[in-house]
Design a protein around this ligand. Structure first.
Ligand SMILES: Cc1ncc(COP(=O)(O)O)c(C=O)c1O
Length: 370
């Protein structure tokens, strides 16, 4: 049996008829940029998250970029985030001269450690924005982060690119900060058939700023108030996303069911550590990430059984070449660095079959001689 790490071909096969109808509807409508499909998806997604506004943009990276600029960030301003994230969390804004500062993670959840955040906020003066990343589909400890940020006058901007539909104490991620960024990269829980992203917010002025920035700073046709970009969600992607949004909760439940299978099969059966789901979280398992000191040997063993794995992410971003200028050295964030050397993502996606999850866990148990 082959178990891919992601299987977008299977997803297409299972949704081919409705997707072809979506494609036909958009193409026959003859409108491809900033039309009714985008507006309909933005309304539906804002309603789903529980905010007033969603603005579709070209990618999750651009959601960080345009969202951060709309919050007023400019060259020389400081943001704080965690180093075990995709590079875009920082790069979306550092490309505009914003300075990323990092804090360490909680080793159980891989998310921002509020204690480490409190130390950074005490030490670093003038941090403008905090970007907690709801990594792998589980929310950060938002009460503590919000409290700390409020006390230090720091704006919260959530990176929810991996956490569509995840809850913190029963409330959707994306509703806690002044704004939040989502990615619709194809493998995400809500994935387009190309690039896409959105900035969500309850604040009309932030939404208006993002909407200006995404279309050349335009406020009316041929009227440009500020400098902006061309970064829009297109009609085809929006229509596909509207269709897939209607199935998001069901698909997240399938992910949770597969996670349960892994837990039933693997809990206390191997030395590998399984993801910890906090009592206040409703994890949507964008990724199912285990920890083991034998990561390379285990992933090669699984590969020999035709089981795909990946590492999200092998290099914490404070150690990436691009950020050497920030002056962080190895050892600066011990938990994030240790996690980066031990984590391994197992296959998990809504079209994955129960028997495939059982095959993966059986192979892991066989590796450990169980
Ligand atoms: C946590 C996080 N932030 C930002 C991004 C950037 O999103 P995109 O790939 O759509 O630009 C990603 C996507 O991989 C991500 O996982």
């Amino acid at each position: 049996m082959i178990v891919k790490i992601f299987d977008l071909e299977r997803e297409y096969e299972e949704n081919r008829e409705p997707l072809l109808r979506v494609f036909d509807r958009v193409c026959r409508g003859g409108e491809f940029i900033m039309g009714g499909e985008v507006r309909a998806f933005e309304d539906a997604f804002a309603r789903y998250v529980g905010v007033h506004f969603a603005a579709g943009v070209g990618s999750g990276t651009d959601a960080i970029r345009l969202g951060g600029l709309a919050l007023g960030l400019k060259a020389g301003d400081k943001i704080v985030t965690t180093p075990n994230t995709y590079i875009s969390t920082a790069m979306g804004l550092s490309i505009h001269g914003v300075i990323p500062i990092f804090c360490d993670i909680d080793p159980e959840t891989f998310n921002m450690d509020p204690f480490s955040l409190s130390e950074v906020l005490r030490r670093e003066k003038g941090v403008k924005v905090c970007i907690p990343v709801h990594l792998y589909g589980q929310s950060c400890e938002m009460d503590e982060i919000l409290d700390l940020c409020e006390r230090h006058g720091v704006t919260v901007f959530e990176d929810a690119c991996q956490a569509h539909g995840a809850l913190y104490k029963g409330r959707k991620v994306g509703t806690f900060g002044s704004a939040a960024a989502f990615s619709f990269y194809p493998t995400k829980n809500l994935g387009a058939y190309g690039d896409g992203g959105a900035v969500v917010t309850a604040d009309r002025s932030i939404n208006e700023a993002v909407c200006k920035l995404r279309t050349y700073g335009q406020v009316d046709k041929h009227v440009h108030a500020v400098e902006g970009f061309n970064s829009r969600l297109d009609e085809l992607q929006a229509a596909i996303l509207s269709y897939k949004l209607s199935r998001l909760d069901e698909n997240n439940e399938k992910r949770r069911h597969l996670a349960d299978i892994y837990r039933w099969d693997l809990d206390n059966e191997t030395p590998a550590l399984l993801p910890v789901e906090k009592p206040w979280a409703h994890h949507v398992y964008h990724l199912f990430v285990i920890r083991t000191k034998e990561r390379e040997a285990l992933s090669s063993y699984l590969k020999s059984y035709k089981i795909g794995t990946l590492i999200h992410y092998p290099t914490p971003i404070h150690l990436q070449e691009v950020y050497q200028r920030l002056g962080y050295k190895k050892g600066a964030f011990p938990e994030a660095e240790r996690a980066a050397s031990e984590i391994l993502s197992l296959p998990i996606y809504p079209t994955m079959k129960d028997e495939e999850a059982v095959a993966v866990s059986s192979a892991i148990k066989a590796y450990y001689g169980r």
